[in-house]
Design a binder for this molecule. Structure first.
Ligand code: 5GP
Ligand code: ZN
Length: 143
């Protein structure tokens, strides 16, 4: 546990939250400032800042909980769809430095956008650049 981490404090029961699911390794609770009714966060119980800081089985557990939650949340708030996302790192908008997946219910005509709306200007990549990037990723190892 990281003492000054708000999500660690929620996991420890030191500050209240509307908990909706709990497993040995994960906790899911309602976002206190929701983008939509039913906006839920899934966190590993142990403190990891970025997704890749977590062991692979814990990361898999978080995604499994997202998988379990999406149809449940949609049905409870009568949503038409869901946006699932992780702000993984400060430059991506992460404000709480304890990795968490957002499950955001979506409704026809809710005025929101697709996940494509989150990045800045789109790059204009050449075929060579596509190839170089793809080869680099294929050949890479986790750092
Ligand atoms: P981030 O920008 O780090 O991906 O998102 C952090 C999310 O955590 C925000 O949507 C924010 O509303 C939510 N949040 C921040 N503090 C608390 C809290 O104390 N309790 C709960 N339930 N959610 C929180
Ligand atoms: Zn934490």
């Amino acid at each position: 546990m990281s003492d000054d981490c708000i999500f660690c404090q929620i996991v420890a029961g030191e500050i209240p939250a509307h908990v909706v699911r709990e497993t040995d390794t994960t906790l899911a609770f309602l976002d206190v400032n929701p983008l939509a009714p039913g906006h839920t966060l899934v966190v590993p119980k142990d403190h990891y800042e970025r997704l890749s800081d977590a062991p692979s089985d814990v990361a898999a557990d978080v995604f499994h909980e997202v998988y379990e939650l999406v149809p449940r949340v949609e049905s409870v708030v009568d949503a038409d769809a869901t946006t699932v996302g992780i702000n993984d790192g400060a430059a991506a908008g992460q404000e709480v430095p304890h990795v968490h997946a957002h499950v955001v219910p979506r409704f026809e005509g809710d005025g929101g956008g697709p996940i494509h709306a989150v990045a800045g200007e789109r790059p204009d990549l050449s075929d060579e650049e596509f190839e170089e990037i793809a080869e680099g990723i294929s050949a890479s190892h986790r750092t």
